[in-house]
Design a protein around this ligand. Structure first.
Ligand code: GAL
Length: 425
């Protein structure tokens, strides 16, 4: 196991001489208003359902803490930023940035840093006392050449299975069964599939990539999985082939309408009893909560079999874009995002856990207590589908290759070659 709990993203972390004047260095900034604090346009993909409920909870704290700054919702629908990220890119390229935008800590953030699209906010870390509030290894991940470019709002776990106990027991299986390996779980899924119900729900390609990363993690183990992103693990090797075979088997046990759905639809199939299981990051917990479901009577959850003891990590963070029209509004937003009150309200509703170590999680639900515990004691690895492991350009290639494979437009050997090529092999 690697010694550092959160592994530094090596790719692109080279010296950056951005020549920026720190977080106070934005030009414009008046937006027609004195000090640029009249409003803040917050760009996210939390546009609906439980994700919007999470954002609303944060906005509630923001409105209390910064009553003079109007929150302007710039959310663009589409799970995992599947639409938002492209739109953001064109806005940034056209010099029309929002006042702040959501970006994943890790390689995805590095894209914006390399393109000099985000300001160094380390002054705000000093001002708000954040160097002491966030775990040191998270700060390491966010630091590039002594500068920090975003403020984390949360920690999510991507390698979770969510299940419907009634559907599982109707298929003749024990809903409380624990599966020691992916193979054991696949056996159970095949039984469920044979009983005529959807064994595993999935949605559009990014959710398939979310599934893929957990299967790679189960098949390769944490170290070799991380090696896929550092270049140490051979993408063309037999271990990856075996994992892709498992992925192919799992995909054969999923719903046919998957490509037209987004994650809430796939999770809803489990909530509604139309599917037995769904592999999804723990934003799914918020969807179960929103539906009034209670574990273990209404739903069960466990790490993807074969990944127990590993926390597949991602963090949503917020930035101060270069040229933000309302930089003071953005700083007010970053203040609320990073405050204990903001992190408690937001994460309680979002299914995630606070990035702050001093936030009070005693009122959080049972699932989130497991995440708090697991984040402290498990091996941490970087999520592929959610910006921690690879830049957006690489993720896009992996997603395209995955979509070709799962729609039957390529075979497994071609898929593996395309994944290797995407990863730069
Ligand atoms: C992730 C994001 C989560 C959640 C999820 C589904 O990329 O980090 O906060 O929104 O997408 O949309």
């Amino acid at each position: 196991m690697k010694s550092n709990r959160i592994l530094m993203v090596a790719a692109g972390a080279s010296a950056l001489a951005l020549g920026l004047a720190g977080c106070g260095g934005t030009d414009g900034g008046d937006g027609g208003e004195s000090g640029g604090n009249a409003e803040v346009e917050v760009f996210t993909w939390w546009a609906a359902g439980s994700e919007k409920a999470g954002l609303d909870a944060l906005v509630g704290v923001f409105d209390d803490q910064h009553p003079d700054t109007k929150f302007v919702n710039g959310a663009v629908a589409g799970g995992a930023g599947s639409t938002a990220k492209d739109l953001l890119q064109s806005r940034l390229q056209q010099g029309d940035p929002p006042d702040t935008f959501q970006a994943h800590a890790g390689a995805e953030l590095q894209d914006y840093i390399d393109a000099a699209q985000v300001e160094d906010v380390s002054d705000l870390y000093e001002e708000f006392g954040l160097n002491e509030a966030f775990p040191a290894d998270l700060i390491d991940r966010l630091t590039v050449d002594g500068a920090i470019y975003s403020v984390p709002a949360n920690i999510h776990r991507a390698n979770m299975v969510w299940g419907n106990p009634s559907v599982i027991s109707d298929a003749g299986l024990d809903p409380e069964a624990e599966y020691a390996s992916l193979d054991e779980w696949i056996d159970a899924l095949e039984e469920i599939d044979a009983s005529g119900v959807t064994a595993l729900s999935v949605a559009q390609p990014w959710t398939q990539v979310n599934l893929l990363e957990t299967v790679l993690l189960a098949g390769l183990g944490a170290d070799s999985y991380e090696g896929l992103w550092s270049g140490e693990t051979d993408w063309t090797g037999a271990e990856v082939t075996a994992a892709l075979e498992d992925f192919e088997t799992l995909m054969s046990l999923t719903n046919d309408d998957r490509d037209g759905l987004d994650w809430p639809d796939a999770t809803q199939q489990v909530i509604d009893g139309d599917a037995a299981f769904n592999v999804m990051g723990d934003w799914a917990e918020a969807a179960f909560q929103e539906a009034g479901a209670e574990a273990p009577a209404d739903y069960v959850y466990f790490p993807v079999p074969g990944t127990d003891g590993v926390f597949d990590f991602l963090a949503d963070s917020f930035t101060l874009p270069v040229g933000a029209p309302h930089p003071e509004g953005a700083k007010a937003w970053l203040d609320s995002v990073s405050s204990a009150e903001g992190q408690e309200a937001f994460n309680m509703a979002k299914g995630s856990i606070p990035a702050r170590t001093d936030a009070d999680t005693s009122e959080f639900g049972a699932y989130q207590q497991t995440a708090v515990e697991s984040f402290q004691s498990d091996t941490i690895v970087s999520s592929l589908a959610h910006g921690a492991a690879v830049p957006v350009s690489v993720l896009n290639q992996i997603t395209d290759a995955t979509s070709k494979f799962t729609t039957g437009a390529s075979d497994l050997a071609t898929y593996q070659e395309e994944l290797a090529a995407a990863a730069g092999e």
